[in-house]
Structures are given as structure tokens and as C-alpha cells.
Design a protein around this ligand. Sequence first.
Ligand code: BGC
Length: 351
Amino acid sequence: MQALTVKPGTAESLCLAEVPDPVPSSDELLVDGVSLGVCGTDREIASGHYGWPPPGRDRLVLGHESLGRVAQTVPGSGFEVGDLVAGVVRRPDPVPCGACARGEFDMCRNGRYAERGIKDLDGYGSEQWCVETGYATKVNSELTRVGMLMEPTTVVAKAWEQVYRVGERSWFDPRRVLVTGAGPIGLLAALLGVQRRLDVHVLDRVTDGPKPGLVESLGATYHHEPIEDVATRLCPDVIIEATGASQVVISAMSTTAHYGILCLTGVSPPGRTVHIDAGALNRDIVLENDAVVGSVNANLRHYRQAADALAAADIDWLEGLITRRVPLSRAIDAFEPRDGDVKVVIDIGSA
Ligand code: BGC
């Protein structure tokens, strides 16, 4: 079968390759790939800056934003042939650490976790794949065209959970949230903010393309001015940062309301230095009891939260996030950024 493979650490190594058909173990589903979302992490891996192949190999099957249809099930697993499923990305570390031992592998303490399509495990970018029944999640059958948004939605479900858990260290009644970055993570974070009935604002650089309209149709407000101006005016209780851009990250730290929470979700490359007034920043965070929290990945609880969020969302709005679809045969095109891209999807098989 065909798979999208890459040699981590080597730029321009991404290609479609013929690989052996997968053979499920007794606890694995065999799944026909339906589609695959492409995200910034995939592009980082494709450009040679991130990613680890399975031990003993030099190539990795890419892809972690999966959607597939069960082709062969495990009796008693609760999955039926034909069910739409997404595969969980992370697997616990083998030690395991205390967090992984408790199912909180998204909070792994020793970094020895594995991630499908990213770190030590083949991903879901192939015509068929296998997944353990305990790491497969059902996707609502109405979400055939958009179900690959499950994984990025789990990432924002976790981020929102973190915000509330951090906030609940004292009285917490957030009203206004600013999301920085109107890519898929920012827009999905905005969706979950609207679902929590918050006053949601989204900031991005662009003034045209689909982003302003996607924000407005959520019932949120779109901004494109510098973050200092927007955040100073809005004084948000919560900022969800989804650009990973150094200057935006630093500005966000000092522009929340008192008792503000900044949740960082963007994975940035190292080496991007900025000049900051650390004294003023420290004073601001201390005197306002502000909190800055990083959030990555998602555990099974967040997959359930994401499934609920997607089920409650407007499917046309979700479909509006997908600005480009390419067939598996042209998968490489999905990695060439184009103006107006929000989410690019690779269609693998028939839905
Ligand atoms: C994925 C996460 C993963 C992270 C770091 C993100 O793109 O969505 O599941 O943990 O990259 O590898």
C-alpha cells in the first residue's frame, strides 16, 4: 500500500512510498484511511526540524490528524466495521512515569512517550493503518468530511481544561478571551470558547482570506491590529496563544487582566530571541497573580471532550476551516503553504 513517509532530520525527504500492508494484532482494529489533516508539526518534520523514526529505521510514516473507517474489528471492543474513527497520537512511556501510569500521558514527566507520526511510531498517513482498540476513538458518522479535525480539537480541549484548572485555584469567572492566531488551533480554541459562552476575540495578521469571516460567523470578533493595542483595550481574562511567535508570546504575558491566564499552545523553533523588560514583566505577573501555562497533546478524556465539541458544532463552519483538499497521490502539495490556507487535508480513500 501507499504511505506518506519522511526521513526525520532530512529536509525534502518526504515522499509517497510503497510499504507492507499492515497486519492487526489481536487487540488492534484494521482501518481504511479516509483523510489526514496536515499541521505545523507535520511541516516541521517534513522540513527536517522535528520528528523521530521508529527505532532501527530511518523513515517514519507521517500523519497524526487521522480519520478512517474500521475495516476489521475486534470482537467485544465496541467498534463495528464501518465505524468512523480517529487514532490517539500519544502512547505512554514504558517506565511508566506517574502521569503515564494514570492515563495522563499528555503530561508525561520523562519525555520517553511515543507519538504516532511524530516520535518513534508510524503515523496514520497510509491507505490502511492499525490502532489498538484502547487508542481508537469513535467519530460521529455525520463528520465524514471534517472528522480529521478531531485531533486538533483534542489539543484545544486540553488547553481549555488547563485554563479552568489553573483558574480554579481561586475564585474564577472568566468573561473575555483573546485567541492569538487564526490557524486551525486558534479557530478551534475560539469555537470552544464560544461554546463556553465567553466573549471571544481572535487576533491574526491577515485582513483578507477566510479567517475574518470564520471568526465572525462563530459570533466572535476578529482583530488584526498589533497585540499590544488589542489586548490593552480588551483586557482579556484568558489568552490562548496559538502562533508560537516570540513577540506575540511575550506581549501576551503582560496584557492579560488581573488574575489573567495565558495558555501557550504553539510549538516554536528555538533561537528566536526578543528583547524584553524582564523586570516589568515579572512585576506584572506577580502583582496580578497571573499564570502562564504551556499545554501540549491530549489524553483520552480530551478526546471525549473534543468529540462532544465537534458534535455540537456547525458542520458547515467546520468544513469552512478546510481550505484545500488534495488526494494522497498529490500529498506533497499539501506541504507547500499557500495564501489563504487554514487547514489542508489529504484525502486518502473514499469516505
Ligand atoms: C500534536 C500533538 C503533539 C505535539 C508535539 C502537535 O502537533 O498535535 O499531539 O503532542 O505536536 O509533538
